[in-house]
Design a protein around this ligand. Structure first.
Ligand code: SAM
Length: 305
């Protein structure tokens, strides 16, 4: 689906998203849900583009990172599937005898059509169905660092461990904050995000902490690979795509940011838009230490017995 959007249309879309006041965007509001991004058509487009960027730049074009060869009858779970981009890519690569289950707390951006061996359903990763115990060969979870509090991360890992078959694998991809703060705009957005994550109880450095959290949960063979993906025009297509993706994310976070009055750091949406414009320019310039964002890909195994 992502082939439908050209780079130039993404760039215009991103600018449009930033400049619009976005009254139509809707953020989840249940007390148990801490997720700070909206779930709508714009977010669906962003996730599709992020999927192709991460697949290319972080996963060397692969869907399955864990050392497993899926065989007929195996079951795969995608937790926090969003638009289903990952599970639909996998569906193109595996035989229909493998059953693919995708869950999310909301169904707004689930795909409308998908192969018969794929099922989409509404569940929280913190509370998966009891009948799923010991049944999945592989569980995938990607980019929930804007969604789960510390107790929810523990619950999620424990639930994923429970539903994996003995010997099954989990793979997790998470981003961290901008790794090189190379100017005043980067520093300011970093401060705003720090306040927002703390206010929502989210774990801003979860990517670094996950390997230990996985071990504590009982997982073995924990593998983690962090790459600094380039950010800004200095790094051509990859840098431009990551820049537009991140600016789009920060723009989409304005709802929760202004819900609390901007944390005393930003006082109007216009000021916030100017900050995002300055940020993009700061990243574009490169400089002595060009901007990048760390992404971590992990996998780990549930012991066979
Ligand atoms: C940033 S999106 C990532 C979507 C997808 N994993 C991807 O990489 O394209 C995060 C998704 O997690 C979902 N989510 C948030 N909290 C969740 C929870 N407790 N259980 C399951 N999904 C959740 C959100 O609704 C959203 O669709």
């Amino acid at each position: 689906m992502h082939e439908m959007f050209s780079f130039s249309s993404l760039f215009s879309l991103t600018r449009l998203v930033r400049r619009a006041q976005q009254p139509q965007r809707v953020w989840p509001s249940s007390p148990d849900v801490h997720y700070i991004l909206p779930s709508d058509a714009k977010e669906k487009q962003r996730l599709e583009l992020q999927h192709s960027l991460l697949r290319r730049a972080l996963c060397d074009g692969k869907s399955v990172l864990a050392p497993i060869i899926l065989k007929p009858g195996d079951k795969v779970l995608d937790s926090g599937t969003g638009s289903g981009a990952w599970i639909l890519s996998l569906a193109e690569e595996v035989p229909p005898s493998i059953s693919l289950t995708a869950i999310d707390i909301q169904s707004n951006i689930f795909p409308r059509s998908f192969p018969k061996n794929v099922v989409f359903s509404i569940h929280s990763v913190t509370e998966l169905p009891g009948v799923w115990t010991n049944s999945y060969s592989l569980a995938n979870q990607r980019v929930l660092y804007a969604a789960l509090t510390e107790p929810q991360w523990s619950a999620a890992l424990s639930e994923i461990y429970r539903v994996l078959a003995p010997g099954g694998w989990v793979q997790i991809i998470e981003g961290s904050t901008i790794s090189t703060h190379m100017g005043p705009y980067s520093e300011k957005i970093g401060n705003i995000l720090g306040k927002l994550y703390a206010h929502k109880g989210l774990v801003i450095d979860v990517a670094k902490r996950l390997p230990d959290m996985l071990k504590r949960e009982g997982f073995i063979n924990v593998h983690s690979d962090t790459r600094a993906l380039p950010l800004g025009a200095w790094a051509d297509t990859d840098g431009l795509e990551l820049r537009d993706n991140l600016v789009s994310v920060y723009s989409a976070m304005r709802g929760p940011i202004f819900e609390t009055g901007g944390f005393g750091l930003v006082s109007s949406e216009r000021e916030y838009d100017d900050l995002l414009d300055g940020l993009a320019k700061e990243w574009d310039n490169g400089g002595d230490i060009p901007a990048s964002k760390d992404w971590t890909a992990m996998y780990a195994q549930k012991p066979a017995i």
